[in-house]
Design a binder for this molecule. Structure first.
Ligand code: IPE
Ligand code: IPE
Ligand code: MG
Length: 243
């Protein structure tokens, strides 16, 4: 049970609405994605001030490949710029970078940058920034199932030992606690294949603002909302348990 007033250790964000933010200003979609990177920077800086230990951000989904080639290439370019420009500051501030998603499907230079970001920052412990890139929840679950099936076929694990904990340890998020709170901006009321296993008991908050407009105040508001939720995990709230 979460006691009222509790703060989440892990917040996961679906950073949505960059395109609509740009359109509302008569700008090309890429301008929205650039402004989105600024909002991401601000959020990473703010997170430790709120006691957040893990911040997961949905940056590129396995379904986003279906966008026009030029937009996909803009998004790949922005990831590269973000890592190149921000890695030193992230490292200085004690941020550990983890990347979830299918890395094999990425260009070698992007894969190299993601590997470098993870290895450089591996010992940091102020905040873990989990970047979901080329991430899709169903793909992640299918890859985990394949890994376990291969291990079973090779005789490395006993099939009967597979339970929810063993399965979770085969996911990209191995070692990362489940997010207590998921925030999605832009007013869409869906998860779009984001962490389907890990969010089984997460609290969800949907904000109308577009991602580039997201500030520390929105984060504070979402955390206040979370603090007022009663989490039961299938059990009963303490006040409802008969003595
Ligand atoms: C989120 O903004 C960023 C990514 C999906 C990469 P969108 O690009 O989805 O913006 P909208 O939803 O079209 O406004
Ligand atoms: C989810 O947003 C993916 C990211 C934020 C990276 P989308 O804009 O791709 O989701 P849909 O298409 O509206 O469901
Ligand atoms: Mg969108």
């Amino acid at each position: 049970m979460t006691t009222p007033g509790a703060m989440p250790a892990h917040v996961a964000i679906i950073m949505d609405g960059n395109g609509r933010w740009a359109k509302a200003r008569g700008l090309p979609r890429v301008a929205g994605h650039r402004a989105g990177v600024e909002a991401l920077r601000g959020t990473v800086r703010a997170a430790p001030d709120f006691g957040i230990s893990y911040l997961t951000v949905y940056a590129f989904s396995s379904e986003n490949w279906s966008r026009p080639k030029s937009e996909v290439s803009d998004l790949m370019g922005l990831l590269k710029i973000f890592i190149r420009r921000d890695l030193a500051e992230l490292h200085r501030n004690g941020v550990r970078v983890r990347v979830i998603g299918d890395r094999e499907g990425l260009q070698p230079d992007i894969k190299g940058l993601l590997d470098e970001a993870e290895s450089l920052t591996a010992q940091n412990d102020v905040l873990t920034l989990v970047i979901a890139f080329n991430y899709g929840g169903r793909d992640e679950i299918a890859r985990a199932a394949r890994k376990l099936a291969e291990a079973a076929v090779d005789g490395r694990i006993d099939v009967r030992s597979i339970d929810a904990a063993v399965f979770a340890a085969s996911l990209d998020t191995n070692g990362i606690p489940d997010p207590e709170l998921v925030i999605r901006t832009s007013g869409e009321l869906r998860l779009s294949n984001f962490l389907p296993w890990q969010t089984a008991y997460s609290e969800l908050t949907f904000l109308p603002c577009y991602w580039p407009d997201f500030t520390r105040d929105h984060l504070a508001e979402a955390l206040r909302d979370f603090a007022g939720r009663e989490r039961r995990f299938g059990g009963l709230a303490p006040q409802d348990i008969a003595l």
